[in-house]
Design a protein around this ligand. Structure first.
Ligand code: PD2
Ligand code: ZN
Length: 305
């Protein structure tokens, strides 16, 4: 990967002038860094000017294309393990496809049809209209752009959920305690989930308090609990990537880019269900042990923006 680095034409003229005057490059580098320029960027710009003066390349005007390795940036190291299969204590999960940057994978065989049906049966009587947190007030509210129904299990709330919590934590390669309790979503025909980030944007007290308790969210696994006749794909608008829901498959993704920042390429949503309905279980992982806001274990639908 490469990154375009922009600089002002004034900087270019200043460099040319000083090099013409015979000023040592190291002094120019020191001045640029003293002016708060990233030393790697300053070094790369200076190198490009020196190369151009030796006739080894074009004189840059106001930008440079730099290989990310020159900036010390490399693809994020995925938490999910390498390989075509992930062996957990009680099931072998298939890695059907994976991308390196951003870290994204399509998984298969996450659970059996019986387990999916049991999860749906446990969730169904507890479903409520899904909410989003108002970024200003931090209060839960029902929104037209999120028309699914949802509920939360508490982490390890019974033996069946505990088995799934453990399996999925092994797939996501983080301790089970870092997991929020499973969320189960039901999308009737026509229901959708507008694109959003799963990481917590500290724009309200509720998200700030949650980050302080448990750290940031770091990864998501969406587990499809049924086949959908038409529609209901999980979409990543910034990547042009979508996953068709299929019983037992799952979409896994992480949110860190090569610079260790939260990655806007993780923007994702669910297309409207066209025919049939859609059931999904979501697992979010935190940097540290998940401590919920209340004894119920439900963190609410904490959303970005
Ligand atoms: O159901 C989905 O495909 C979906 C899409 C986006 C679920 C979530 N986000 C979620 O639970 O965060
Ligand atoms: Zn989401």
């Amino acid at each position: 990967m490469s990154t375009v680095v922009h600089f002002s034409p004034e900087l270019g003229s200043w460099l040319t002038q000083r090099l013409d005057q015979g000023q040592p490059p190291i002094q120019l580098l020191e001045t640029m860094v003293a002016e708060r320029m990233d030393p790697r960027v300053a070094g790369a710009i200076l190198d490009a000017f020196l190369s151009a003066r030796r006739g080894a390349g074009p004189l840059p005007i106001d930008s440079l294309l730099l290989d990310d390795s020159a900036l010390g940036a490399s693809p994020p190291k995925p938490r999910i393990l390498a390989g075509a299969r992930i062996a957990t204590a009680d099931r072998t999960v298939q890695v059907l496809a994976r991308a390196e940057n951003p870290t994204l994978a399509l998984l298969g065989d996450l659970l059996s049809a019986e387990e999916a049906a049991h999860l749906i049966a446990l969730a169904r009587p507890r479903l409520r209209p899904s909410t989003v947190v108002d970024p200003k007030t931090g209060r839960d509210q029902v929104e037209a752009h999120r028309t699914s129904l949802g509920m939360f299990f508490r982490l390890r709330e019974n033996a069946f959920i505990a088995r799934l919590d453990r399996r999925i934590s092994e797939v996501m390669n983080l301790p089970v305690e870092h997991g929020e309790g499973f969320q189960v979503l039901h999308y009737p025909e026509g229901a959708l989930n507008a694109p959003h980030f799963d990481y917590l944007v500290p724009s309200n007290d509720s998200n700030r308090a949650s980050i302080a308790r448990s750290g940031q969210r770091v990864s998501t696994l969406l587990i499809y609990l049924n086949d959908v006749e038409a529609g209901g794909e999980t979409i990543f608008p910034n990547l042009g990537w979508s996953a068709t829901p299929k019983l037992g498959n799952g979409t896994y993704f992480e949110y860190e880019n090569e610079r260790g920042e939260l990655d806007e390429r993780s923007l994702h949503g669910s297309n409207p269900v066209v025919h049939g309905d859609k059931w999904v279980a979501t697992k979010w992982m935190r940097e540290r042990r998940f401590v919920s806001a209340d004894a119920e274990g439900a963190e609410g639908m904490i959303r970005g923006s």
